[in-house]
Design a binder for this molecule. Structure first.
Ligand SMILES: *Cc1c(COP(=O)(O)O)cnc(C)c1O
Length: 355
């Protein structure tokens, strides 16, 4: 990997109140950037003051959305160490997304090393309080000027850092979810399994409609029959039905969440039966009527675990666990938070200490 040039800022910001960080409200003083051009590869590695980026108005990303991103977290342990959670899996997924979007690879080790360098550079920004972290947002986009739809020849890769608290304003409280039965986030053969801004462009209209109806997120169904559950907003989703955990299987319409994989492994280690299979709204309604739809929760790096207390589907309301957080959901959340902060033993080498 090339040397990183460090450009110092003239001034630095005051750190925000760690109690009210919210999510994505703050950025640290510096960002990492590097450039790619055909024939030359990656070059111009820089840690520089957080600032605007100059783009050609005709550049590919602004017209054709050729962009990919990742989201991971760095944690400060009680004894002051710094931990990244499963950065290798994020690096792999980033490159999978890059293949799907016809974009260059960032070698896995370089991705991890750049995240490490950037987090260490800004380590004063890692909040220490419980339920907080430093969110790391690496992303890449096509910068070549070309008003014509084709892959860009030039790219920029950036890492931003943001100290975060709870993803939802409501904190760790059951969410009300709107089940969308007409619009789709993605389609079979589409880019749903790539982490790319385009999937969000496809979803914001419905997301906005759900918000106006008083729901915080949208649950997406398959785009063919609008029958089978896929994801919830920017989360994977799991159901506890009659003691068993069911989650939709990975496909080209579902993002392979790192938290999803983590939760499946933990739940299995607790002796639970975890089944990856298609699950329809009809099945959820029957389970709810029979009183065996015990718990529903979303999983994602941003939220960690989000309990779901209500699903609204075609004017029908399914209340889960009386609208309260289920005991397994709570246990999983507590355990995962503890694991990510190095408070319980990590038997899986998921937490990477960086120094
Ligand atoms: C990022 C993301 C997730 C969650 O993935 P994690 O790796 O667990 O953070 C789920 N769904 C979508 C659409 C996403 O973009």
């Amino acid at each position: 990997m090339q040397d990183i040039k460090i450009i110092k800022a003239k001034t630095v910001q005051e750190k925000p109140d760690p109690i009210n960080l919210g999510f994505g409200k703050y950025h640290t003083d510096y960002m990492f950037t590097m450039d790619y051009s055909e024939g030359k590869g990656w070059h111009n590695y820089q840690i520089q003051p957080y600032n605007g980026i100059v783009l050609d108005p005709g550049c590919i990303v602004l017209h054709y959305a050729q962009e990919t991103f990742e989201g991971l977290k760095a944690y400060r342990t009680d004894d002051g160490r710094i931990l990244l959670f499963r950065p290798d899996m994020h690096a792999k997924r980033f490159n999978k997304s890059n293949i799907r979007l016809c974009m260059p690879q960032v070698p896995e080790n370089d991705f991890i090393e750049l995240v490490r360098r950037m987090v260490l550079f800004e380590q004063d920004w890692i909040p220490k309080e419980d339920k907080t972290a430093l969110y790391v947002r690496p992303f890449m986009f096509g910068v070549e000027e070309a008003i014509g739809a084709r892959p860009s020849k030039d790219y920029k890769f950036v890492i931003l850092l943001s100290p975060v608290g709870n993803y939802f304003q409501s904190g760790f409280n059951p969410l009300k979810i709107y089940v969308e039965d007409a619009y789709s986030r993605t389609a079979k053969g589409g880019i749903g399994s790539a982490k790319t801004g385009g999937n969000y462009a496809a979803s914001i209209f419905t997301q906005d409609m759900a918000k106006k109806k008083g729901y915080s997120q949208v649950m997406w169904l398959d785009s063919v029959e609008h029958k089978y559950v896929e994801e919830v907003g920017a989360m994977n989703v799991m159901f506890k039905i009659n003691g068993e955990i069911i989650t939709p299987p990975l496909s080209d319409t579902i993002l392979a969440g790192v938290t999803r994989d983590t939760c499946i492994t933990i739940l299995k280690s607790w002796g639970l039966n975890v089944v990856e299979r298609k699950i329809s709204m009809d099945e959820l309604i029957s389970a709810s009527e029979e009183g065996i739809l015990e718990e529903v929760f979303g999983t994602g790096t941003g939220v960690v675990i989000a309990p779901i207390g209500e699903l609204c589907y075609k004017e029908k309301i399914l209340t889960i666990g009386g609208g309260n957080t289920g005991s397994l959901t709570q246990r999983l959340y507590d355990y995962l938070c503890a694991l990510q902060r190095g408070k319980v033993e990590d038997n899986y080498n998921w937490t990477w200490e960086i120094k």
